[in-house]
Design a protein. Structure first.
Length: 308
């Protein structure tokens, strides 16, 4: 049974096939309406259950549209409205029950261990729709977006600015190893990537450099990425964290040190005026709306990969 919990779980060949098929499927339906099914309807008669332990706009809607385009249906569950590991029914039992009803499950969780526990007891594939540790679906769609604009990501330089120890940065580090791009991370010492992931990256020959000065991380880069300074349910002193990251804002000046044709990426939702200025996110180099759209196409491909 295949599941999609982390980019590091898949081989480079598998990940490449997901991106390539997302791209060709997207091209082949370019004249269809947004929610019209693809001609082959590979998910016809099948359903995806989604469980959201925390809020979501893009993940919720893009998975729903992805499944419509694949010819299937979705069921969205709120964990407070079902029996879900809260004493009355274990996650193990929920996983066994949902495996009888649907063909695939997507979970957004506050505790990555819930995904692992669910997967262990499920007989259908499980997709990570964001955990506190990783956000693999977002990074896969970001690679799709990058390649549509800039060509193959291999050997290109991507810069991450801001919180180096969050779910997005973790998945980006894993992707750097698997897709063979150079990753430069600009972050304060306090928010450096965690040691475990850096050790994994080194073992997997990832080309990653960490810089204290944001400018040094941005020089010669093809793409600048950032994320909210305080993630959902981040158990920190928000004011103090924002203060430590205040010099890591992506603004016009910082963008000017990157390649002149560099793109700006953000997974959204955005803290306008904090990690990025309006001028940058609304500017010509920003590709954030295409990133949101491409969640649909990357996730269709992830669903297909899980089921084959
Ligand atoms: N980027 C992303 O996952 O957005 P949502 O939180 O709206 O799903
Ligand atoms: N790091 C952010 C990503 C949101 C899509 C968070 O976890 O809140």
């Amino acid at each position: 049974m295949k599941s999609f919990l982390n980019i590091s779980d898949l081989s480079s060949v598998e990940l490449r096939s997901i991106i390539d098929s997302a791209r060709s499927r997207k091209i082949s339906r370019k004249n269809l309406n947004k929610s019209a099914p693809d001609q082959d309807k590979p998910f016809e008669g099948k359903s995806l259950i989604m469980i959201f332990e925390k809020p979501s706009t893009r993940t919720r809607i893009s998975f729903d549209i992805a499944v419509k385009q694949l010819g299937g249906s979705t069921i969205i569950l709120n964990p407070t409205g079902i029996h879900y590991g809260k004493g009355d029914e274990t996650i193990k039992d929920t996983a066994k029950v949902l495996s009888e009803y649907a063909d695939i499950v997507m979970i957004r969780t506050d505790a990555h261990k819930n995904l692992v526990e669910f997967k262990k007891n499920s007989s259908i594939p499980v997709i990570n729709g964001l955990s506190e540790q990783s956000h693999p679906c977002q990074i896969m769609s970001d690679i799709l977006t990058f390649e549509e604009i800039k060509g193959n990501i291999s050997k290109k330089t991507i810069t991450w600015i801001g919180d180096g120890n969050n779910n997005m940065c973790n998945s980006l580090i894993e992707a750097a190893a698997k897709f063979d791009f150079n990753l430069k991370i600009g972050c304060p010492v306090k928010y450096k990537p965690n040691k475990k992931i850096i050790k994994w990256a080194q073992k997997n020959n990832a080309n990653i450099k960490i810089f204290g000065k944001p400018k040094d991380a941005v020089v010669n880069s093809d793409c600048i990425m950032t994320d909210k300074w305080v993630s959902m349910n981040d158990k920190v002193n928000k004011k103090a964290k924002k203060k430590s990251l205040k010099n890591y804002q992506v603004n016009k000046k910082l963008m000017s040190f990157a390649k002149s044709d560099a793109i700006f990426m953000h997974c959204l939702p955005v803290g306008r005026g904090e990690e990025v200025t309006d001028e940058v996110i609304d500017g010509k180099q920003s590709v954030v709306w295409t990133q949101a759209l491409n969640r649909v196409h990357a996730q269709k491909s992830i669903i297909n990969w899980c089921l084959t």
